[in-house]
Design a binder for this molecule. Structure first.
Ligand SMILES: *Cc1c(COP(=O)(O)O)cnc(C)c1O
Length: 371
């Protein structure tokens, strides 16, 4: 049995320090917006390369509050990809705006920047590029389109902490960068958590107010806000883990390249592509195969924890029925959703396990093909 992700192995490396850090928080009597949150915000902004960053409850809140801070809401349209986790689009819905889905590309699975302009209308206010599976979007093209049409850019970096485009970290290109510390992400807490990055001081102040009931000064409320803060226990845990993130991402890349090499001679198995000049952090290692559903089932039976991210693209979800999309509207995305399968990927995955996974995948794919 090889799981898609094994967090217990990471705990062997960091557990002792985490236990110490958590006990210190428990003894401190300060549990919300204390010293750990403040320090983590500074460390995080420095890491991503932005002026500021603010701790929040979740990545979903980061996306939602980013749109609110940009005054995007009812009557506005926000362009994004349909090939992502639902939270990207629910954040748009929660703001009151309407998501507009653009097709994605075959190789990297990310939004097709060449199809964005055709989706722009007078109502379009922003683009949310999603750096899916840890792979940076084509940010040169996206930022140029945004500039030309006067649109805001909110980066969904929930799967991509540490990923780079032309030497710059994702989350430092747009008006906001949104990060998640859900336990399974490359940098995960031990509960929910999120972070938002920005360069503009006014936008920072808006998020400061929005995360705290719509007022920067306690008991004075200027607008409708929410309660969305990163708690001290999570912040302390994340501060223990932050120094390891580059090492962990580097190991994920090594594992990805090992998979690529092992799959090299099997043309029925399509391995993931990286854009030139990017640093992909392989939140997922996602292959494409025909007869994916049968292969997936066979792997489950053989104890390989493969997963399908995501089986239904967002434009075809019941949630978005009222938007009027139909099958065939986003052909590349739809084709990808029928073929993708993510394999076990984490820094501690061993060479031996990878060999077993590859052998099993090859056996299942080829048995299916020749059957
Ligand atoms: C995980 C994730 C989110 C949401 O993050 P939460 O912290 O779980 O709210 C948003 N977008 C993408 C692409 C994600 O993978």
């Amino acid at each position: 049995m090889i799981p898609i992700l094994d967090l217990k192995r990471q705990y062997l490396q960091t557990g002792e320090k985490i236990e110490k850090a958590v006990i210190e928080v428990l003894k401190s009597g300060s549990y919300i917006l204390g010293a750990n949150n403040k320090a983590l915000q500074e460390e995080f902004a420095k890491y991503v390369g932005t002026n500021f960053s603010l701790g929040l409850n979740s990545g979903t809140d980061a996306l939602h509050l980013a749109l609110r801070a940009l005054d995007i809401g009812k009557g506005d349209e926000v362009i994004t990809t349909a090939f992502t986790f639902v939270a990207t689009a629910s954040a748009i819905g929660l703001s009151g705006a309407t998501p507009v889905f653009v097709d994605s590309v075959e190789g990297t699975f990310n939004i097709d920047a060449d199809k964005i302009e055709a989706a722009i209308t007078p109502k379009t206010k922003a683009i949310i590029p999603v750096h899916l599976y840890g792979q940076a979007c084509d940010m040169d093209k996206i930022m140029a389109i945004a500039k030309k049409h006067n649109l805001k850019v909110v980066e969904d970096c929930c799967q991509a902490i540490g990923a780079e485009y032309k030497g710059k970290k994702v989350g430092s290109f747009g008006d906001f960068g949104c990060f998640s510390f859900f336990p399974t992400k490359n940098l995960g807490g031990m509960g929910d958590g999120g972070m938002i990055t920005m360069n503009d001081e006014k936008l920072r102040d808006r998020i400061l107010a929005l995360r705290n009931h719509g007022g920067a000064i306690r008991y004075y409320h200027d607008e409708l806000g929410v309660n969305s803060r990163l708690d001290e226990i999570q912040a302390a845990i994340l501060r223990v883990k932050m120094p390891y993130i580059d090492e962990w991402n580097a190991k994920r890349r090594e594992n990805a390249y090992r998979y690529n090499k092992l799959f090299e001679k099997y043309s029925e198995i399509i391995t993931p592509k990286e854009l030139e000049n990017t640093y992909c952090v392989y939140h997922q290692y996602t292959i494409k195969v025909k007869n994916r559903d049968e292969v997936y089932k066979m792997l489950q039976e053989k104890g390989i924890g493969a997963m399908i991210y995501y089986p239904v693209p967002l434009h075809l979800q019941k949630l978005h029925k009222s938007l009027g999309y139909k099958e065939g509207d986003l052909p590349v995305t739809e084709k990808n959703t029928h073929m993708v399968m993510s394999l076990p990927m984490f820094p501690e995955l061993t060479e031996e396990e990878q060999q077993t996974i590859v052998n099993t995948v090859v056996e299942c794919v080829y048995r299916k093909v020749t059957a």
